[in-house]
Write a protein of this length. Structure first.
Length: 314
């Protein structure tokens, strides 16, 4: 039993290192080519934190573990909203200052609802995947052109904040980029294999492993980013990171995964989807009315997350 646990831990560590290497090297190369920090932030940084979920879900789908693939995304979105933002707001209350945060909330709720409708037939097929990917592209273009026209103040700084300048050595950046992709693939393979073995050993459904261990593990980049942002009193960065990741997880990650290999979703419970949509609506209500997530509300989110996890282990 020790070996699968070691595989799981090694997978988490290697995935995190791969995502970090991909974001840093990709951003550095793009900046060196003259691409603006805003565009780099909107692409490499925004999507980079979702790369663990993407690679793990694709790997799981190819391995025939559809329950693990979709459980990873549903669990990641629940943990982003309830666990990660709950922890961040406990550290420092999160006040949404920019319009984009409040604009992203209904998008997150809408894409979550659309996803639920798509899987009512028990699967996420290639047509569903194509529609999700197209929605991800459309949303990204919408944000880009909104910022270009100056309609959303502070949007450029939100996506490029914390972005480092180009590295000193282009060869090292290229090597780091290749290494980052390699680490992502290797980490995903180790994580999926370890998770499947643990599920079989303890006779736990793969979907439960995906909703818990794998989901939290692949959300580590979001947790680290949001916690650091909260410590620095950068609420928009923490909120934007978690909300943007939820949109990306469904529209981009699940979309690409379904295009590569259609996903059967029979093991996902109605309560899993209800918690994912319910926490998103709750957060939207808080930020849409009061524009702040305080410590009491953060505590409520954490309690909801704990109760949800409890329902997974009857």
């Amino acid at each position: 039993m020790l070996f699968p646990i070691l595989l799981l831990i090694a997978g988490f560590v290697i995935l995190t290192l791969g995502a970090e290497g991909l974001v840093r090297s990709g951003s550095s190369i793009a900046l060196r080519l003259g691409i603006t920090p805003f565009v780099v932030g909107l692409t490499f940084v925004a999507l980079g934190t979702s790369s663990p979920e993407l690679v793990v879900s694709v790997q799981a789908a190819f391995a025939g573990s559809s329950a693990l693939a979709i459980g990873n995304i549903v669990g990641s979105n629940i943990s982003n909203t309830a666990l990660i933002l709950g922890v961040a707001a406990l550290i420092y209350p999160l006040k949404a200052k920019t319009v984009v945060i409040r604009r992203e909330m209904p998008v997150m709720v809408a894409i979550t609802g659309v996803f639920w409708l798509m899987i009512l037939d028990g699967s996420l097929d290639r047509l569903d995947g194509l529609l999700l990917v197209l929605s991800a592209v459309a949303y990204t273009l919408f944000i880009y052109f909104s910022a270009k026209r100056g309609k959303v103040k502070g949007l450029k700084s939100q996506f490029s904040e914390g972005l480092e300048g180009p590295g000193r050595n282009v060869g090292f950046d290229a090597l780091m980029l290749v290494g980052g992709v390699g680490f992502l693939v290797l980490g995903a393979n180790l994580l999926v294999n370890g998770a499947v073995q643990i599920a079989k050993f303890f006779e736990i459904p793969e979907v439960v492993i995906g909703l818990t261990l794998v989901a939290v593990g692949t959300s580590l980049p979001e947790l680290a980013t949001s916690a650091v942002a909260a410590f620095r009193n950068k609420a928009d960065m923490a909120l934007g990171n978690a909300i943007g990741s939820n949109i990306s997880n469904i529209a981009f990650v699940l979309g690409v995964t379904a295009l590569v290999n259609p996903i059967e979703v029979g093991d996902i419970r109605t309560v899993d989807l209800a918690v994912m949509l319910g926490t998103a609506v709750f957060l939207w209500a808080l930020l849409g009315i009061r524009f702040v997530l305080d410590r009491l509300e953060a505590f409520i989110l954490l309690v909801v997350y704990a109760l949800y996890i409890y329902t997974l282990f009857p």
